[in-house]
Design a protein around this ligand. Structure first.
Ligand code: GLN
Length: 454
């Protein structure tokens, strides 16, 4: 049914870069046979899933939305993909994204835009617009996203889906094509909080292949979602982050947010205001740390190891000239912009002023979170300042594009988990997201509050 739905609507939505029909049907048949044989199966066995194209899949093309990886076929599976396969979830295909996960609209994909199912003239968010559109457009009930500065949560907000960025280290990064290794985290994109919890428990947990993986059991997110669904939040302290609301937030977004605060009070929660003054510098710190790490991570795309290789049109074929020609042809403008920013920020003489200062701001943001979590069990804000904008609206103004992530970036800088929950429609009839943040390793709180509000 999902493959039929993809065939019917993906010509318009373009959520998928590759549809793996044969592999999906083969997995479904295997699961059916096991079920018929009375074998005990994972609760999600047989439920199809879409995977963001930045996650490597053995034998299936993986491009990270870039020409430089066109026609590259990974020789191994990411750990999270191994777990998905072992549990018997058919993989429907790979979803579109901004090139190397750099963007907030999926307009930076080398393979064309993904459209928002709510309005085909509007962006589905980014960088994981493909995963969010696939779930919102009923092409897939579950999807995998990755979130470095908001790429699971912001697409979730503008497409009316649930998106979770787990605690840093909660889900293995082994087999993710890295953008900024200290910020990247994979997580679920779904239509309900319980679906997200089931997927989170499946992909989460320790992995010796990832040196930053947390060596502890996954927090009990499924149990928390079931408990939350009973609708009792008595005694829970909810902190409204003063710096993440007000000016710059669309009126309809703020109105839906205020209504959800009312709902939290009605469910027994105590709502307090908290202040995180350093959040004002989060975007600035992010746009130094992220490009710095990305410029280093992207150095491996040299025309020799993976995918595209372009030889210089004339003159000698040296390693350096092949690298220049390949990267010139293979990377898009946004990737080049960030590689230049990152190498500049890391260069001798500037390192302390830029990268060093950004790391200090990162510490201040972590302290703000620590102080806020003394006063509140969870923090809340709108996920994104506006609803989905029109294609082209922010394409020529990188700073306007970057501002979409003001509310999501602090969580990545501090490594804490965050969820975006559908929060009704704004006055323009488009979906709004409600963000919930919890302390590191307390991902279960997101699910308890999310399921109560849902
Ligand atoms: N939109 C942000 C960026 O462009 C976040 C991207 C992400 O989380 N991958 O960097």
């Amino acid at each position: 049914a999902h493959l039929d739905r993809i065939a019917a609507v993906d010509g318009d939505l373009h959520a998928f870069l590759h549809v793996s029909s044969d592999e999906a049907l083969a997995t479904a048949a295997e699961v059916d046979a096991k079920r018929a044989g009375g074998e005990e199966l994972h609760p999600l066995a047989g439920v199809p899933i879409a995977v963001k194209d930045v996650v490597v899949t053995k034998g299936l093309p993986t491009t990270a939305g870039s020409k430089i990886l066109e026609r590259w076929i990974p020789p191994y599976d990411a750990t999270l993909v191994e777990r998905i396969k072992a549990a018997g979830l058919p993989i429907l295909g790979k979803t579109n994204m901004d090139e190397f996960a750099m963007g907030s609209s999926t307009e930076h994909s080398a393979f064309g835009n993904t459209k928002n199912p709510w309005d085909l003239d509007r962006i589905p968010g980014g960088s994981g617009g493909g995963s969010a559109a696939a779930v919102a457009g009923f092409e897939a009930p579950l999807a995998i996203g990755t979130d470095t500065g908001g790429s699971i949560r912001q697409p979730g907000a503008v497409t009316g889906t649930v998106g979770v960025k787990p605690t840093y280290g909660g889900v293995s990064r082994y087999g993710l094509i890295a953008m900024a290794s200290s910020l990247d985290q994979a997580g679920p994109v779904t239509r309900t909080v319980l679906d997200a919890a089931l997927l989170h428990e499946l992909i989460g947990g320790h992995d010796p292949h990832d040196s930053t993986s947390i060596n502890e059991p996954v927090p009990g997110v499924v149990a928390a979602a079931r408990q939350g669904a009973k609708g009792d939040l008595k005694g829970l302290r909810v902190g409204v982050v003063k710096e993440l609301s007000g000016e710059g937030y669309q009126a309809g977004v703020s109105a839906r947010f205020d209504e959800s605060l009312e709902q939290l009070r009605a469910l027994g929660a105590e709502v307090v205001e908290v202040s995180c003054p350093s959040f004002a510098y989060a975007l600035d710190a992010y746009y130094l740390i992220m490009p710095a790490e990305a410029s280093s991570n992207l150095a491996k795309f040299d025309g020799m190891r993976f995918g595209l290789r372009v030889e210089p049109a004339d003159g000698p074929v040296t390693a350096e000239r092949v690298m220049g020609a390949t990267r010139g042809a293979g990377f898009g403008d946004e990737v080049k912009r960030r590689v230049i920013l990152g190498t500049y920020a890391l260069s001798a003489g500037y390192y302390d002023a830029y990268y060093g200062s950004a790391q200090k701001v990162r510490t201040l943001i972590q302290r703000d979170f620590a102080a806020a979590f003394e006063r509140a069990d969870v923090l809340v804000s709108p996920t994104a300042p506006t609803t989905a904008f029109k294609f082209g609206e922010k394409l020529d103004d990188p700073l306007a594009m970057y501002l979409n992530d003001v509310a999501t970036i602090p969580a990545n800088l501090a490594g804490v988990p965050g969820m975006s929950l559908p929060n009704g429609l704004s006055d323009d009839g488009l979906p709004v997201g409600f963000q919930i943040l919890a302390p590191a390793k307390a991902d279960d709180r997101l699910y308890r509050v999310g399921a109560a509000l849902e």
